[in-house]
Design a binder for this molecule. Sequence first.
Ligand code: THU
Length: 139
Amino acid sequence: MTAEQEKTLVQKAIEATAGAYVPYSGFRVGACVLGEDGEFYTGFNVENSSYGATICGERTAILHMLASGKSRKMRALAIASTMGKDLSCCGICRQFMVEFIESGDMPIYASDMQGNFEKTTYDEIMPKAFASFKATAQG
Ligand code: THU
């Protein structure tokens, strides 16, 4: 990731917060993934009156990438919210992501609304992730 790519990814995640549908929590989360095709795909959280049906910003961005038909794997992810670096992807998103990461050292940036961010990696937040496709690949 170049410094310019990092800045673009984070900026797009910040801008994506505008689309959030958050009538229940009022908490906007914007996300942006960099696909293996070099394109940026944004997402935001979409809540539901049946709370468990809520979709996080991270998963919306990944679905945006998949729906483009141009990329099946992501190279980086940024999330933005008023929580800044303290926003950490939820457990469902961590598990969801395992199917669509290019590698475990994929960077994850958590930013505030001014673009100040902290960087972690997928493996750091989800060590020993379960992925049944690994078992299948080994027979
Ligand atoms: N949320 C996200 O979109 N991403 C996260 O990483 C954590 C939580 C959303 C879900 C819900 O709409 C709101 O934040 C409050 O939990």
